[in-house]
Design a protein around this ligand. Structure first.
Ligand SMILES: C[S@@+](CC[C@H](N)C(=O)[O-])C[C@H]1O[C@@H](n2cnc3c(N)ncnc32)[C@H](O)[C@@H]1O
Length: 340
């Protein structure tokens, strides 16, 4: 806020559609939110104030299409840079040898993963998109990293496409899956069900762009996003799949007191757990077995009620440190290509 007048008023809208007013008073060193639940005042120079400001950064940035302004090694990539760094941390920590991503668009995310694999000396990327536009395909195939990339055209939930992906994934030792195609609840649910079994224990299944839920009331949002979004789909999936836990991956480096991702991926990170050994008894209440810790994640998910990313849905004690691991106008459906 340096360079701003000492008092800055930031009107915002709560998820329920009621106006919220955020007052930043640099002179007093406070941030005050006045919303449906009454005023909340906090020190400006605090983690909580950072989270409030970050939430508005995400919401306003989403509306202004901030994520439509980046590229990776020459190809447009439609991601929040924070999320790309977090993805990189997870890829380095879990070291998948195959990443399957649904939703290619211009190919920037495929190139991003391929560049990490190139640096790591191993790894292959498989992209799926319902429509790979010729100019995008040509640019991806002409890219210096193309030898690490394969693409399949077709709907990510069509049975023949799922079969082709499964066939291609055979033989890889560790597989990560990133879902970034059509972001409707039903499509993401179908993708989660179709691809979950490809994910190897310790690796992640990532249901991106749950931010739709947090921006459901901004001008550029689509109708129904408050419930029709990938975050809800991932939470529902986690509730019925005890072999996956929904958690923000631990940060490998953190000398701050912050703990929540600034992200477009709330409730996105589904880590596949190691199967319990024979003889282990799972207690659904505590989520623990005698030999390993299993957690039923849905019980600790709070994001449908809280305005910020549910970063600490699992205690640090239970999460392994390096866990072994829209851009649309109202008229458009999530994940379409109108801008690509
Ligand atoms: C948000 S963009 C992907 C962005 C890309 N992953 C990146 O980071 O730059 C969504 C893509 O999903 C694709 N898509 C939409 N519906 C799909 C479906 N049913 N199956 C596969 N891809 C789909 C669109 O064609 C579009 O290219």
């Amino acid at each position: 806020m340096h360079g701003q007048p000492p008092r800055a008023m930031v009107p915002a809208t709560s998820r329920k559609g009621r106006m919220m007013r955020i007052t930043i008073d640099e002179e007093a060193g406070t941030l005050t939110c006045e919303g449906p639940t009454g005023p909340e005042s906090m020190p400006l120079w605090s983690d909580r104030a950072f989270e409030v400001i970050a939430r508005q950064y995400v919401r306003v940035g989403w509306n202004q299409k901030d994520t439509y302004s980046f590229s990776w090694m020459g190809r447009p990539v439609i991601q929040l840079p924070d999320d790309m760094v977090r993805l990189q941390e997870v890829i380095w920590a879990t070291k998948p040898d195959l990443i399957v991503e649904t939703g290619i668009a211009h190919g920037g995310s495929l190139i991003f993963y391929a560049s990490l694999f190139e640096a790591m000396g191993r790894g292959h990327v498989l992209g799926v998109d319902i429509e790979i536009r010729p100019h995008n395909r040509e640019a991806i195939e002409a890219h210096p990293l193309s030898r690490r990339i394969e693409m399949i055209e077709g709907s990510s939930t069509a049975p023949e496409i799922v079969s082709r992906v499964r066939e291609r994934a055979r033989g890889f030792e560790s597989v990560m899956v990133i879902l970034d195609s059509n972001h409707s609840h039903s499509h993401v649910t179908d993708e989660l069900d179709a691809y979950a079994d490809l994910v190897t224990p310790g690796c992640y299944l990532v249901s991106t762009d749950g931010v739709m839920r947090d921006v459901a009331d901004v001008p550029r949002a689509g109708a129904g996003w408050a419930t029709d979004n990938p975050a809800n789909a991932a939470e529902d999936f986690a509730a019925r799949r005890p072999d996956f836990v929904l958690e923000q991956p631990a940060w490998p480096f953190n000398e701050s007191t912050l703990s929540r991702n600034v992200t477009h991926f709330p409730s996105a990170w589904l880590r596949r757990l190691q199967p319990p050994r024979a003889g282990s008894q799972i207690s659904r209440r505590s989520g623990t077995t005698r030999r390993s810790i299993w957690r039923i994640s849905a019980s600790s998910i709070t994001s449908r009620r809280t305005p910020l990313t549910p970063a600490r849905s699992i205690s640090a004690r239970h999460s392994a440190r390096y866990a072994p691991a829209s851009r649309r106008s109202r008229a458009r459906s999530p994940g379409d290509q109108s801008d690509l």
